[in-house]
Design a protein around this ligand. Structure first.
Ligand SMILES: Cc1cc2nc3c(=O)[nH]c(=O)nc-3n(C[C@H](O)[C@H](O)[C@H](O)COP(=O)(O)OP(=O)(O)OC[C@H]3O[C@@H](n4cnc5c(N)ncnc54)[C@H](O)[C@@H]3O)c2cc1C
Length: 265
């Protein structure tokens, strides 16, 4: 696999030197993916500030995270141990429509479609005739979640994701990425140097005076958008007018119930 970028004259050249700005979840995911997938064909450097913290709240993931782990050959047991992960079959929205109403967004597929049509058509017709039960009754993940059950099995694969400690996940990926050859630099990025001719980023200047050169830069500086926003002014698409919620509060809580027992299959 070859990656190419633009040099100062806007010519296409092979990328040899990738610089990632930021060492939160995004930065270490990018670093691990690049080094594990492209091996020694490129040099990867990650710059992060120890004084500027990461968001790092508990990470509730969705199933594509498993595809990402599979792609990188990440061992599930090692990952779960390192990040205190739990399995999840869906996301429960309590008091969602109104007080007392709850809705589970389950990860699985509901019912089976066939050549004649998708499942919901058959379910709707069944409802007209007065049978068929709830739509969610046909989703194994939802039924398992409601009954506090979980198992991994080849015979009946459930679609699942994880909930884990984001800070621990960053640490876990950092160890994989550094093992695979990522150069890790600690320091505050003070200036993003842009080539006046091409408009491309040339280097990052750190507070220590060190200059980090690269031919491909990935902005993982979170809300700041140090490279894409502050240096390149790519523009931000504000969706505030679509969204009902404009804030989030993260806190630790007591367990509402003991974790359920997971049987070995
Ligand atoms: C309350 C809350 C709940 C959330 N829940 C979820 C969830 O359930 N599931 C989910 O997927 N996401 C969730 N998110 C979103 C997710 O946590 C964040 O999008 C993600 O952690 C951001 O990671 P990041 O690596 O992009 O940025 P950050 O964690 O902000 O990392 C930024 C990095 O850039 C570095 N940096 C910044 N400026 C400089 C500089 N000048 N010099 C050097 N380094 C610099 C910092 O040191 C840091 O390493 C939640 C967010 C919040 C606030």
């Amino acid at each position: 696999m070859a990656v190419s970028g633009l040099d100062s004259s806007n010519n296409q050249t092979p990328v040899k030197n990738v610089v990632i700005a930021g060492g939160g979840t995004a930065g270490w995911m990018a670093a691990t993916a690049l080094t594990r997938l492209l091996g020694k064909s490129i040099k990867v450097t990650l710059v992060e500030s120890k004084d500027i913290g990461i968001v790092g709240v508990g990470e509730a993931t969705i199933p594509p995270i498993r595809t990402f782990h599979k792609l990188l050959g990440i061992d599930e047991k090692a990952f779960m141990r390192a990040t205190q992960a739990t399995f999840k079959l869906g996301i429960e929205f309590e008091n969602w429509r109104e007080q007392g109403h709850s809705y589970i967004h389950s990860f699985g597929i509901t019912g089976r479609e066939c050549w004649a049509g998708e499942f919901h058509h058959f379910w709707l017709r069944a409802k007209e005739y007065g049978f068929g039960g709830e739509f969610g009754d046909y989703c194994p993940e939802l039924m398992a979640a409601k009954q506090n059950k979980f198992a991994t099995s080849e015979a009946m694969p459930l679609n699942f994701a994880y909930h884990f400690d984001a800070v621990a996940y960053g640490r876990f990926l950092k160890s994989l990425a550094c093992e695979a050859g990522v150069t890790h630099k600690e320091g505050d990025i003070e200036k993003v140097v842009v080539c006046p001719q091409s408009g491309n980023i040339q280097s990052l200047q750190l507070a220590s005076g060190e200059v980090v050169n690269g031919d491909f830069f990935i902005d993982c500086t979170g809300f700041k958008g140090l490279l894409i926003e502050q240096a390149l002014h790519t523009g931000y698409d504000d969706w505030q007018h679509y969204l009902f919620c404009d804030r989030a509060v993260a806190m630790q809580t007591e367990l509402p119930a003991p974790p359920c027992h997971i049987p070995k299959v």
